[in-house]
Design a protein around this ligand. Structure first.
Ligand SMILES: C[S@@+](CC[C@H](N)C(=O)[O-])C[C@H]1O[C@@H](n2cnc3c(N)ncnc32)[C@H](O)[C@@H]1O
Length: 461
């Protein structure tokens, strides 16, 4: 940890909260995006989120969840409110400036299911209130990340899901060291003068032609949004983790790691998947014989800076739900029947200072799967399960292959298929597969129809 203040305990937590409020007031994070997307099918992303979690019945995250975006910055809570239009979303942040930007855009877009609050995660008293908490890129900037995580854990309903992202130690070593150098150069009297620090950081990069960053060199430095540059180079407080230290942190907070999250803003320099493929059969066997967390530790140590972000779903240890291994999720995936997941997307597109709702709606997902996943996508019929499809297509049913196609077909980053949930015993009438097939026929009709204006879904729809 690189905070060098003299305070301890609660005083240190409060001092760092104040520092963060000032830092993210000066550099609200992140920058304004070129567009915000919204889907016609208000349930689409909840269904896919449940599939990320290996829940093929789509019940873990309820239809109308209560969501907390803790440390939401300028737009994450708004994106979540648009993504889950049936949810009620609370967004909290220390930075008044970030919240004001978020609120202004939410008003402009007519989003009504969002409640923004200026508060520190360290000070809240939420108890078992949220079905889903998202906290990405936040706790590692706090004085005592374990204490911050305790607050998130307490706020989660026992059956809820936490999505957490913290820095990968191996990726952040150069930035943490750079930040330290800038602070030493500033001396005590220049400490936390963020305007002076960002000027000096730019000069250092240009002057020394530093090459120890994965992402940054003197050619790219001017292309970076200022807030991203500040986040990399002059962040006042930065902790980072290996898989082992992350596991210790979450265990101490009464939580357990479930699975990697399929985040869309992943480190583009990283490998996409937490599982490595070895061509040597002994190596591959030894690697696959490890439990998930041990296997991901190996991945983290071997991939080093190129490890995927430490971005995971977690649950409370007292959830009453046994954690499913990736192997188990894959076995269930093989037994599952699927149909194509299809809806339409409209976008609020930025032109100058403002956003306008596009006249056109496009079919979503906007691209098609590739390679082996494409062949499965084409063959899916709601009748045959995944195992039968793979056999018919001559594709292997090894863990490696099955897990890859699961990720490439059924998750947020690749939302191509939705599971046909098993009909509940008490349900009468047409089976779920037939209903979904009918939905698909309706979709075909919809695709032939002329585009129409879409009203943004509001809370309670
Ligand atoms: C790097 S930004 C990430 C923003 C957002 N989570 C995202 O991923 O786009 C970190 C944000 O967390 C906020 N933050 C840090 N510590 C916090 C705390 N204890 N309580 C509330 N917000 C906090 C900061 O003000 C800042 O807006």
């Amino acid at each position: 940890m690189n905070y060098s203040g003299n305070e301890t305990g609660h005083a240190a937590v409060a001092a760092v909260d104040e520092l963060n409020a000032r830092f993210y007031g000066r550099f609200p994070f992140p920058w304004r995006p070129a567009k915000f997307d919204t889907l016609l099918d208000a349930d689409f992303q909840t269904v896919i989120l449940n599939q990320n979690l290996g829940d093929w019945q789509h019940r873990l995250i309820p239809e109308r969840p209560r969501i907390w975006v803790a440390g939401c910055g300028t737009n994450q809570a708004l994106i979540i409110a648009l993504t889950f239009p049936k949810a009620s979303v609370v967004g909290s942040d220390l930075s008044q400036e970030s919240l004001a930007l978020c609120a202004a855009t939410a008003r402009e877009l007519g989003v009504a299911n969002l409640d923004l609050r200026r508060e520190s995660i360290n000070e809240v008293s939420y108890a078992q209130q949220f079905d889903y908490i998202i906290c990405t890129g936040v706790i590692h900037h706090n004085a005592d990340p374990g204490a911050t995580l305790n607050k998130l854990s307490a706020a989660l309903r026992p059956a809820g899901i936490l999505e957490l992202m913290v820095y990968n130690r191996y990726e952040r070593l150069p930035t943490t060291a750079f930040q330290q150098a800038v602070r030493i150069l500033a001396g005590a009297e220049g400490a936390s003068d963020f305007d002076a620090e960002i000027v000096r950081a730019r000069k250092i990069i240009g002057d020394l032609r530093l090459t120890n960053f994965e992402r940054l060199n003197q050619d790219s430095v001017d292309e970076y949004p200022e807030c991203l540059l500040a986040d990399l180079l002059i962040q006042p407080v930065e902790n980072s983790y290996t898989m082992e230290s992350l596991e210790q942190l979450v265990t101490a907070a009464g939580l357990e790691l479930l699975h990697p999250s399929c985040d869309l803003f992943d480190n583009p320099w990283a490998q996409a998947d937490w599982n490595l493929s070895f061509s040597d059969p002994d190596l591959q066997q030894a690697y696959h014989a490890l439990p998930d967390l041990r296997r991901w530790q190996v991945t983290n140590h071997l991939l080093f800076a190129r490890t995927p972000q430490l971005w995971f779903y977690l649950q409370r240890r007292d959830s009453g739900r046994r954690r499913k291994s990736e192997q188990e999720i894959c076995a269930e995936f093989l037994a599952q029947k699927f149909v194509r997941a299809e809806t339409a997307q409209r976008s609020h597109i930025r032109s100058g200072e403002f956003y306008h709702l596009s006249a056109k709606q496009v079919a979503y997902p906007v691209t098609a799967p590739k390679g082996a996943a494409r062949a499965i996508y084409d063959a899916v019929d709601g009748q045959r399960n995944m195992q039968e499809l793979l056999t018919a297509l001559g594709q292997p049913t090894t863990f490696d292959h099955v897990n890859r196609i699961r990720l490439e077909l059924t998750t947020t980053a690749h939302p191509y298929l939705r599971a046909v949930p098993a009909a509940k015993p008490e349900e009468h009438g047409p089976d779920a597969a037939a209903q979904l097939r009918r939905k698909q026929t309706n979709w075909e009709k919809f695709k032939r129809a002329q585009p129409q204006a879409v009203t943004l879904p509001q809370q309670g729809d």
